[in-house]
Design a protein around this ligand. Sequence first.
Ligand code: NAP
Length: 479
Amino acid sequence: MTTSVNPRTGEAFGPDFADATADQIDNSVARALAAFPIWSRLSAQKRAFSLNAIADALDSQLEILVELADMETGLGKVRLTGEVGRTTFQIRSFAQALLQGDVIGQQLDVAVDAPLPIGHPRFLRTKTGIGVVAVFGASNFPFAFSVMGGDTASALAAGCCVVVKAHPAHPQTSQKVFDIAATALQATGAPDGVIELGHGFEFGQAVIRDPRISAGAFTGSRSGGRALFDLAQSRPEPIPFYGELGSVNPVVILESAFSEPAALSSAYLDSLLLGNGQFCTNPSLLLIPENSVFLTELGAQLKVREPQPFLSQATMELHGRNRAQLAARSAREVLKGKSAPSNGFFATAEICIFSASEISTFDFLQNECFGPTGIVITYKELPQALRILMKLEGALVGSLFTKELDLPALEVVELLSAISGRVALNAWPTGVAVTSGQHHGGPYPASTSPLHTSVGINAISRFLRPVTFQGFPAEFMRP
Ligand code: NAP
């Protein structure tokens, strides 16, 4: 059973959501499977109409949604208002792409009347929705990476139907978003079952095992994503599983850009502590030239930062375990924020300072400490920083701050691009624009598929299965 808990107070509130029973899970998947051939054969215009209706309906209930999500997540109304806007923008972007007809990318290969290997009949390479997709959202984005987030929106745009596992850290928000989306779909004449929702851990495990499910899309922790990825791959019929996981994101500041300690400290802390550090793109690992003035300034600024709540007790406890592992590494210095309150789900923000020259093992740099904890590594010579970059695992994003793209800067760019899905120049990593040029993913463990993005129009390709028609008449093969 799942009940909402206010992370600011630790108190439960609102209705209980029973875990889905085996029959309910079976019925959800059956409804989605029955809806799939109808939904996938609707014209792109009709699917776009339904997607726009969902976006309009969510926008019309903005205040209620934000109120509910704020009580469940403690993320604050300003941030959550922005997140609803981002979510509906994302849904409308997929609708617009459907209307513009540039989603599928069909290729017509005209017949060539010549001997082999040059000659061949007419081919049309097109794409079709892969089937029913199981979607898992993350605790830290109750809208943009949840029930009607990018995974669901891109799957629906591809003509797929979706079964979503509600996140236990925001069950009421999940249910409300689902009710709004299902009503909007019904009002636009879409079949029942285009989107289904279930609560409880077993719902997620069961749908990924279910032979009627054709793909999985997940945003969340490395451990959860990996467990579900392994389940998806160990089925008698393995399925694509697109996991967007946690990440340790390196930020390198070169000497040329290392000025104005006050402004730099402030910008770093804004990015590091955004949403209480609970961002997959948070600047978890900062590499800077050795500079005591900057560290003094950073310490002074951190001291006055107000503590913010964790999303849930589970997130707070996980952070505590990761923080304890980091503490065992004896940082050169630990800077601390304002003391956290003892009620609710809080922790004091901390930044652990290490010297590059003293680091001989690197495993602790791979462990995402999801919450208000940062690692700063100071280097005397750039090669010390490069040596550390070479040891890092896949990341969602890497940032470089430099005055010019000279040889040392380009060396950093090369190392960052070798491990990251996105490389940002003179910009902090938090903030993922929803646009066609975006790549939100990266080599494992940032994601389980380095080939795909979960943000932007290209996210749709995860749910489109190519199929080629050979030798059909021209009127059939209309791109
Ligand atoms: P989480 O604990 O992995 O949970 C995500 C969802 O997966 C929940 O519904 C959870 O259900 C389910 N789940 C986890 N393990 C499962 C398993 N073995 N079997 C079935 N279901 C399972 O992640 P979270 O705490 O919500 O999110 C925080 C993490 O997400 C951070 O690591 C953050 O960096 C990452 N994140 C990544 C991105 C990105 O785009 N790459 C974006 C946002 C967040 P239960 O809770 O019921 O187990």
